[in-house]
Design a protein around this ligand. Sequence first.
Ligand SMILES: Nc1ncnc2c1ncn2[C@@H]1O[C@H](COP(=O)(O)OP(=O)(O)OP(=O)(O)O)[C@@H](O)[C@H]1O
Length: 314
Amino acid sequence: MNIIEVNGLCKAYGNARPRNYAVFDVSLGIRKGEILGLVGESGCGKSTLGKLLLKLEKPTKGRITFEGTDITDYSFNEMRKIRNNMQIIFQGSSNAFNPFYTVRQIIGEPLNNYCRITNDDMDTKITAMLEKVGLGGEYLGRYSSELSGGQRQRVGIARALVLNPKFVVCDEAISSVDYALKKQILQILYDLKKQNSFTYLFISHDIEAVKAVCDRVVVMYLGNIMEILPHADSKALHPYTKALLAAALTADPAVKSKKKILFKEEGNLEIPGKGCVFQSRCLYAQKQCMSESPGLAEIQDGHYAACHLLQPEL
Ligand SMILES: Nc1ncnc2c1ncn2[C@@H]1O[C@H](COP(=O)(O)OP(=O)(O)OP(=O)(O)O)[C@@H](O)[C@H]1O
């Protein structure tokens, strides 16, 4: 069962004509209790899609359904009623904390906003949450400015999850942290998901992390979904995903230069007027790719790709 669904979702910033879409015609369901990975090169629309799902951005077109209810046209006040169930952890969110706020104030803010709760109950809840993210009750009175970057990151996770949200967008939640902390944060997110059956959209450039924690993976290019892998370790089918994964996993430039080149690096990054959005960088593009846009089709069981070269298995 899907906790959240989008249909024909589009987002164009500004009023330029023709429209330059950051997200184009995305239809997708996120299953209750899954960690859905979202990957793609910088600027392909991952954050925009995450924000659209939470209604932090207004879609230009398309519908959003949360737990079976169409929330596309919900007002600010209507969204407020369900906001406790939809949270975001984003890169650097913890850097935005007021340095003069204590940990109690930072994590307590959403509780104050959304729950009627006594101070004692609030401290109990915050302490329990702090323990879940590897900090203890002794941090309650500490000021944000007294915390290390890693501790602030954990407080940020605690703040986002203290309301027991049903759906959480993790937007680069583990970038800019060191390897050890990254592993700990991934473990925390994974354990909390297991204990509380949270559903996450996990946006990351870190393919290894995506493989480690995600159930399915969505691959985006220039605002479009190119592929949906049914498992994080499924073999990629789409030429773009293959190239993206190969580039990400080959960190050593010496090794990279010996590898087969998988896409035209110099390809045009503008959205073409017609045809496949990946046409100018694809090594296999054919005439049809320049004129017809390939829809996302189920190629194998639960494995979707948008590519004329790939035919569904019958
Ligand atoms: N507020 C905004 N106003 C105008 N354009 C925007 C805005 N936010 C994003 N964009 C544009 O929308 C496109 C998608 O951006 P988005 O941040 O969603 O990509 P991304 O895949 O999350 O990138 P990154 O991995 O670098 O965070 C980009 O071309 C970006 O410049």
